[in-house]
Design a protein around this ligand. Structure first.
Ligand code: NDP
Length: 296
């Protein structure tokens, strides 16, 4: 068997088009476009690249992007003051503080200071709680993107066995909650799980969010499983001095057994920014007291 490649890049492009198409209705109703504020503290090169691409994608979708770049030695009090200002700014619908933050700043304190109704990353405990109890809130972008790809591929997920490998607050835990909400039977595996291959082998759906290059092998999978690879790992390439990106799943062997699998790059990665824009648009509609468009 050779698995079908789940094209996250194409799905994300379609989602971004649907979002851009929904912006004019918001603008007609409110006289402004949705706005996303992104805060970057320090000069971490990877974070700077993420922030740039988020800003570009926001503008491409017809929304307003507000970038705030602060020096690496910014105090926690100054960052909290900026968050407070953004909370009160009516033109800002979504606030994203790029992580990781420099050592002198307590990340949890900063996340807790963001207005939960503008928390488009879905990291605030209020939004984690809303997800857990099934209330509308904001769900972290990467796992929500994974759910969209799964539902696009499989339709109704009811009754399916899902195994999520990884239990981070950003990916694994919200992913498990989303799958539970979609009526899957969910197992969360982690570094203390015994006989991980046996646990993974019972899954119809495998979501790998581990951060270990090519850890999940084809012979761990049930034939026909659908595999979502969240991992982004940089490893040395064949060519001296170069690197390449691989996921947490050994794509070549997994593709022999799975029915469908996301590639790395081009799978889950492009979904994250598209869902961030989706959350921002939804935040804008909700804050204006308007119904968010269907099908986002
Ligand atoms: P974390 O490091 O926060 O969590 C990793 C999880 O994997 C932990 O729960 C850990 O278990 C578990 N784990 C580690 N080793 C093993 C093992 N040998 N067997 C089973 N479980 C193990 O990572 P994140 O959740 O933040 O990210 C996971 C991956 O996803 C990374 O590669 C990251 O780069 C990528 N990522 C990609 C995104 C995208 O946009 N595509 C966005 C976010 C992340 P324990 O809790 O016991 O330590």
């Amino acid at each position: 068997m050779s698995a079908e490649r789940i094209d996250g890049k194409a799905y994300a492009a379609g989602l971004r088009q649907r979002l851009a198409a929904a912006v004019p209705a918001f603008e007609r109703a409110t006289g402004r476009v949705p706005g996303l504020a992104v805060v970057l503290v320090g000069e971490d090169p990877a974070s700077a690249v993420y922030v740039r691409s988020k800003g570009k994608a926001t503008v491409e979708a017809g929304m307003a992007s507000f970038e705030h770049k602060l020096p690496a030695d910014t105090s926690e009090a100054d960052l909290l003051a900026l968050v407070d200002q953004l909370n009160r700014d009516a033109t800002v619908d979504g606030i994203l503080v790029q992580l990781p933050l420099p050592r002198q700043i307590d990340e949890q304190r900063v996340i807790a200071a963001i207005d939960p109704d503008k928390d488009v990353d879905g990291f605030h405990v209020a939004n984690a709680g809303r997800l857990a109890v099934g209330q509308p809130g904001f769900v972290p972008c990467t796992p929500l993107g994974c759910l969209m790809l799964l539902q696009d591929r499989l339709g109704d997920l009811s009754g399916m066995e899902a195994v999520v490998i990884g239990r981070s607050n950003i990916v694994g835990k919200p992913m498990a909650q989303l799958l539970l909400g979609a009526n899957c039977t969910v197992t969360i595996a982690h570094s203390r799980t015994r006989d991980l291959p046996a646990v993974v082998r019972r899954a119809d759906i495998v979501v790998a969010a581990v951060g270990r290059p090519e850890m999940v092998k084809g012979d761990w999978l049930k034939p026909g499983a659908v595999v979502i690879d969240v991992g982004i790992n940089r490893v040395p390439a064949a060519e001296e001095g170069k690197t390449r990106l691989v996921g947490d799943v050994d794509y070549a062997s997994a593709a022999e057994v799975a029915s469908a699998i996301t590639p790395v790059p081009g799978g889950v990665g492009p979904m994250t920014i598209a869902v961030l824009l989706r959350n921002t648009l939804v935040a804008a509609f909700r804050r204006a007291g308007l119904a968010a468009p269907e099908g986002l």
